[in-house]
Ligand binder design. Structure first.
Ligand SMILES: Cc1cc2nc3c(=O)[nH]c(=O)nc-3n(C[C@H](O)[C@H](O)[C@H](O)COP(=O)(O)OP(=O)(O)OC[C@H]3O[C@@H](n4cnc5c(N)ncnc54)[C@H](O)[C@@H]3O)c2cc1C
Length: 409
């Protein structure tokens, strides 16, 4: 894909930055534009629900690359630049500012946006969500003055925020609609461990409990739960999921289904357009099925395939998914996708706070959650990548060294 018009990357996030980087590393020397609708250069989002909320991490430290990198790499970055439409027939896109830009190749790395809480009263409750740097800054400031905090949603983000709020001495009630925490991602024994962890730190954890309404009077919010209980707090944070930013692609006539549909080389249904990161519904070469993933690993690795496709090469995206979450002094690291599974094998002692759970489907290892077991996480990634056979008995036997097994020793 050469020609006078630039390659344009829409979305200056984790994936967009990586696409630009991989294009340059892959030998693309032409005009390269990165368009993002936020005010900041691409930054890491994971710390926004973790250390950033403590106020001890400066925003500058979140940047994926300093400004000088974009100058050196001749990446023409436009911030506060929202793309409103794509005219595929003319190979042009239009910015909200009215400016029209021609492209020779296009990458969509538009990510996701938060799913808002819509119960009665939610609009007046000044609810905090955490997606952007601006959200993180606003929440960090609000937490400083809060006394009682309600966290709605017991997924990764809600739990991370609850942990930080507790560490700051706030009273915290956590409200989760499912019967267990992180239900979409981990096995019941891991959920149970985290419920106890949070309760042990003084969080009131409500499971199987929805939010029916919120009443706001004089800056105080009363959260009315589905059980009829009421909690009056001065700060509400919701982490109830995200939706993919695929409307731009959809309006341009690209196939979309819970995200922008791409193949295992990150190619959309238009040969000039690729997509990568949270916004894609993709054929995952490793999992051998279609999925949408929300993780740094996916954003980075799929971006590499997307860049290769723009360069006319074919690089199948086939990496073991991995993810992490930090809550209090526990680091959860997830390798593979353990859900759904038909067997979950505990490895180690739950009461020690350092253990793994190995997930099997039809007798095959599909995922491993490791809590404060970084070596087992690395071994699990290797085992999964290689497809090294592991039996349930071996998984549960801590005398079996998983790294040695992965190395074929
Ligand atoms: C609080 C938080 C904590 C997280 N913690 C973890 C973690 O611990 N581990 C982990 O692996 N992952 C974590 N994630 C997920 C991870 O950050 C995302 O998977 C990753 O950022 C996805 O990268 P992306 O480039 O696909 O999307 P994003 O990083 O969201 O970037 C997309 C960008 O595109 C912009 N954009 C959208 N539409 C347009 C348009 N029309 N024009 C111009 N710009 C546009 C968006 O504003 C955004 O800046 C976390 C995410 C959040 C929010």
């Amino acid at each position: 894909m050469t020609g006078k018009a630039p390659i344009i990357v829409i979305g200056a996030g984790q994936s967009g930055q990586q696409i630009c980087d991989s294009l340059r590393k892959g030998g693309y020397e032409g005009h390269l534009m990165l368009l993002g609708d936020e005010a900041s250069l691409p930054y890491q989002r994971p710390p926004l629900s973790k250390k950033f909320l403590t106020g001890t991490l400066e925003a500058e430290r979140l940047l994926l690359r300093p400004a000088s990198y974009y100058e050196q790499q001749k990446i023409d970055v436009h911030l506060n630049a929202r793309v409103d439409s794509i005219d595929r027939a003319a190979c042009r896109l239009r910015l909200r500012s009215g400016e029209a830009l021609a492209y020779s190749g296009l990458a969509l790395a538009t990510g996701t946006r938060i799913r808002p809480l819509t119960v009665p009263g939610a609009a007046d409750a000044n609810i905090h969500y955490v997606r952007s740097l601006a959200d993180g800054e606003r929440l960090a400031a609000a937490l400083k003055n809060a006394r009682r905090v309600a966290v709605i949603g017991g997924g990764f983000i809600g739990l991370e925020v609850a942990a930080i709020a507790r560490e700051q001495g706030r009273e915290v009630v956590l409200i989760e609609a499912f019967e267990r925490l992180m239900a979409r991602a981990v096995a019941p024994q891991v959920s149970a461990f985290y419920a106890e962890l949070h309760r042990g730190h003084g969080v009131e954890v409500l499971l199987g409990t929805g939010v029916d309404a919120i009443r706001t009077v004089a800056g105080e919010h009363t959260v009315v739960t589905s059980t009829g209980a009421e909690y009056t707090v001065d700060l509400i944070v919701a982490g109830i999921g995200v939706v993919p930013n695929s409307e731009l692609a959809e309006a341009a006539g690209l196939a979309c289904r819970n995200g922008i549909v791409v193949d295992d080389c990150a190619r959309t249904s238009d040969p000039l357009i690729v997509a990568a990161g949270d916004c894609t519904w993709h054929m995952n070469g490793f999992l051998q099925r279609e999925i949408r993933l929300e993780s740094v690993q996916n954003a980075v690795d799929q971006a590499k395939s997307a860049a290769a496709s723009l360069l006319g090469q074919s690089s199948v995206y086939c990496q073991v998914p991995w993810f992490w979450s930090d809550q209090y002094d526990i680091k959860l690291q997830i390798a593979g996708i353990g859900m759904p599974h038909d067997q979950a094998v505990l490895r180690g002692d739950v009461s020690s706070g350092a253990f793994s759970v190995c997930y099997f489907r039809d007798g095959v290892l599909v995922g491993v959650d490791s809590l404060n077991k970084p070596a087992e996480h690395m071994a699990a990634r290797k085992l999964l990548a290689q497809g090294t056979p592991l039996s349930a008995a071996q998984a549960g036997d801590t005398s079996v060294d998983l790294m040695q097994l992965a190395r074929g020793a």
